[in-house]
Design a binder for this molecule. Structure first.
Ligand code: 13P
Ligand code: SF4
Length: 302
């Protein structure tokens, strides 16, 4: 493993490549990355870095977003088979239909979506900025795609707006149930429940804290409690254990995103050797998708 890591470092330098990783990829991959974070943070980093090449250790929509935000860079995704299933759960005809039904409508799209979808919407959001951004939109009617669970969580915090939801969901978070939370609470009484909003609304309603991967990590690090129940993908445990070696994290049945786990050190090395595979977004799609991502960066800026 050390040989692979040294080779990755050498080639990254040679190619002027920066390595970005999401908290759900394997811990060994997070450890070689220059930047590790949640989707919002990584989008901001992808836009600002000066390097010629970005190696995006995450699923393909993340690499596409980097292409959209930094069109002059080569964006490598170590495994193009790492596709977020929720990003494909979009019905483009339905977007047209809903737009036709309301005058005062914003189509809000979770960043977990493909570039072609982003090109059809008004603004993108991530789990860490969705509440803030949707609140700032002047429209009363919000068509939230594709994640019905994140959409429902936002809607539950904003009774003044009217929401229509897409039918998508994250297969990893969607199956976490209120029964799981009850079971873990009984096993670990007093441990706060930290929930990602991709979980069903009934689970989010039971939480002591609801937030993005980085929000969950921060809540665990700042909290005075010693034990936590965590309802998200188990990859975030890597950072949590590193930051809080004295705390214990109980993940609901070790939820694992197989697509994120397709990114391995060996594939990172291989893509740096071959300069392939590259994320690509056709220019006409990119220009339209850029508007919804730029709007997110603008509205989401603190
Ligand atoms: P965040 O890291 O933005 O919370 O996103 C979670 C996720 O599912 C990414 O695919
Ligand atoms: Fe997609 Fe869920 Fe995997 Fe995130 S955890 S990449 S939303 S399948």
């Amino acid at each position: 493993m050390e040989k692979t890591i040294n080779e990755i470092r050498r080639l990254a330098k040679e190619r002027d490549a920066v390595i970005l990783a999401h908290y759900y990829v394997d811990g060994a991959v997070q450890d070689i990355a220059d930047y590790v974070g949640d989707s919002f943070y990584l989008a901001k980093v992808a836009k600002k870095v000066q390097n010629r090449t970005i190696v995006f250790c995450g699923v393909t929509f993340m690499g596409e977003s980097a292409c959209i935000l930094s069109p002059d860079k080569t964006v490598l995704v170590p495994d193009m088979g790492a596709v977020c299933p929720m990003a494909l759960m979009v019905d483009e005809e339905e977007i047209k239909r809903v737009r036709g039904e309301y005058d005062d409508l914003a189509v809000v799209c979770y960043i977990n979506s493909m570039a072609a979808t982003k090109a059809l919407v008004d603004v993108c959001v991530t789990s860490s900025n969705a509440l803030d951004i949707v609140r700032k939109l002047p429209q009363k009617n919000i068509y939230f795609i594709p994640d019905q669970n994140l959409g429902s969580w936002i809607a539950s915090q904003m009774p003044e707006k009217n929401f229509i939801f897409g039918k998508g969901y994250c297969p990893i978070h969607h199956v976490i149930s209120p029964g799981d939370v009850e079971e873990y609470r009984a096993k670990y009484p007093g441990a706060p429940v930290l929930v990602h909003p991709e979980c069903p609304l009934e689970v989010s309603r039971m939480a002591d804290y609801v937030g993005s991967t980085s929000g969950i990590i921060e809540r665990a690090a700042k909290g005075s409690e010693k034990e936590f129940i965590v309802c998200t993908e188990s990859g975030v445990g890597h950072k949590m254990r590193a930051l809080c070696p004295d705390k214990t994290f109980h993940f609901i049945e070790k939820k694992i995103c197989d697509d994120m786990k397709k990114i391995t050190l060996e594939k990172v090395l291989e893509c740096l050797k071959t300069n392939e595979p590259r994320a690509h977004v056709p220019e006409d799609v990119r220009l339209k998708a850029q508007k919804s991502l730029d709007r997110m960066l603008e509205l989401g800026a603190k």
